[in-house]
Write a protein that binds this ligand. Sequence first.
Ligand SMILES: Nc1ncnc2c1ncn2[C@@H]1O[C@H](COP(=O)(O)OP(=O)(O)OP(=O)(O)O)[C@@H](O)[C@H]1O
Length: 233
Amino acid sequence: MRDIRDMRDTNEVIRLENVSRVFATDPPVYALAKVSLVIRHGDYVAIVGPSGSGKSTLLNTLGLLDRPTSGSYLLDGIETTALKDKERTWLRGSRIGFVYQSFHLLAQRTVVENVMLAEVYGGRDRRHRRNRAIEALERVGMGHRVKFLPNRLSGGERQRVAIARAMMGTPSLLLCDEPTGNLDTRNTDAVLDLFDTLRDQGMTLVVITHEDQVSERAQRRVSISDGILTEEH
Ligand SMILES: Nc1ncnc2c1ncn2[C@@H]1O[C@H](COP(=O)(O)OP(=O)(O)OP(=O)(O)O)[C@@H](O)[C@H]1O
């Protein structure tokens, strides 16, 4: 008999099945309530919802920063809920690129050094790492700014550098938390154009946002309310 894992769609990057995250307060909070969601390779999904609806809890769960109280989470076909912390850390580092609202670039390091820092424990030689960082920067249209310090860049350019850093480990998934939250409309457009390009190149994108301008560009829109997910059609 075939193993059930062999029958899974290998095209799936994320499969959540009945995932709950309950905070044991009095009364308990069901931050995620039996959430099920499948995201396939190359999908571009926006997750929208009001404050307190469970977006951060979902992001932390997808990013292997938090564990579900119950349910199953497969990342690239690997069941993550029973993994040891070390295995989860390795899986996170090799499969997920994180993009945050506030860029998290080191002010004293150049653009290319910031991108190289994504692989500080990568074990590859420095020149090789630098070349790969430059390739990642070229991919996001920042190849002409490699020696700049971050404070010389616009907000949109800083976010593009942060996206290059997130892509250094050739992740299966870019997990973005309000990636345009600190950007004006013009810079937001530039980052959204980049997301379109990355998606055309086959990247899988999950973007948590409360901005319609952002969610309208995604191919799928999933809303969350009181820990319950609903796909909008
Ligand atoms: N550690 C915790 N202990 C108890 N309750 C928590 C904890 N973390 C989150 N919650 C609750 O879980 C619910 C979901 O929180 P979450 O932070 O995921 O919402 P959110 O949609 O990200 O909100 P925001 O948009 O304001 O950041 C909220 O009711 C929150 O108060």
